[in-house]
Design a protein around this ligand. Structure first.
Ligand code: DC
Length: 230
């Protein structure tokens, strides 16, 4: 029997992360946060002083990445779980969630040999009863045979506002204008790289979440899931 997978791709701030963890909790499926892998390569490169221009060393580091994900018990109210990321035996905490790390991740992700080095590791997440795969190329490259592919998008302004709110909650200062600039630069790099650029798979359902509450997006995706898998 083939193990089912739902791919959720899209730019940062499109609501992917939230939808993916809610879906994984609802269906009790595994979750692949592929962005975390690219962020870990960028984070580890900084730790080991590997230059972001040194493709060979970065690919070698990515190939041998020593990581573990520890999933928490579900939150009794929402059912959502938290995932602790352990790099080389140490929890990285929010260290991989900064804007700087996201930008560096986008740079290392543009290196073809880094992407190849992470491919098998991502596919190994496909385990019963099913997988929610969150990223940029889940439906186009990593799981091209997925029966349900979603592409979430939202305007850069709306995504910057969401990011601003998240950062404010964490006590990190930023401006919406600065975030619009950073988000647009990152989109530009992720969408225009020669290998596995961010784009909807031909058979993806494209959902613009600019003016949709998260509950509505979740309902829509669950309806598609029921039509396709049940
Ligand atoms: O989803 P995220 O913000 O954690 O991803 C960080 C960067 O990693 C993103 O700007 C591009 C890259 N990435 C990628 O190229 N392919 C993926 N499947 C996931 C992330």
């Amino acid at each position: 029997m083939t193990i089912p997978v739902i791919t959720i791709d899209g730019p940062s701030g499109s609501g992917k992360g939230t939808i993916c963890s809610l879906l994984a909790a609802e269906l009790k499926w595994h979750l692949l946060d592929s962005g975390a892998l690219y962020r870990l390569v960028a984070f580890g490169a900084d730790k080991h002083q590997i230059s972001l221009d040194d493709s060979e060393k970065l690919a070698n580091y990515a190939q041998n990445l020593d990581i573990r994900f520890e999933v928490s018990e579900p939150n009794p109210n929402t059912g959502a779980t938290e995932v602790a990321v352990i790099l080389e035996g140490e929890a990285v905490g929010d260290g991989i969630r900064t804007e700087q790390c996201g930008n560096n991740a986008s740079k290392v992700a543009a290196i073809p040999a880094v992407r190849t080095a992470l491919l098998d590791r991502q596919r190994k997440f496909l385990q019963a009863p099913g997988l929610i795969a969150d990223g940029r190329d889940m439906g186009t490259v990593v799981f091209p045979d997925a029966k349900l592919k979603i592409y979430l998008t939202a305007s850069a302004g709306e995504r910057a506002k969401r990011r601003f709110k998240q950062l404010k909650e964490k006590g990190i200062s930023a401006t919406v204008d600065g975030l619009v600039r950073e988000i647009s630069e990152r989109d530009e790099r992720d969408m225009n790289r020669p290998v596995a650029p961010l784009k909807p798979a031909e058979d993806a359902h494209v959902i613009d979440t600019s003016s949709m509450p998260i509950e509505e997006v979740l309902k829509h995706v669950l309806n598609l899931y029921r039509q396709i898998f049940i």
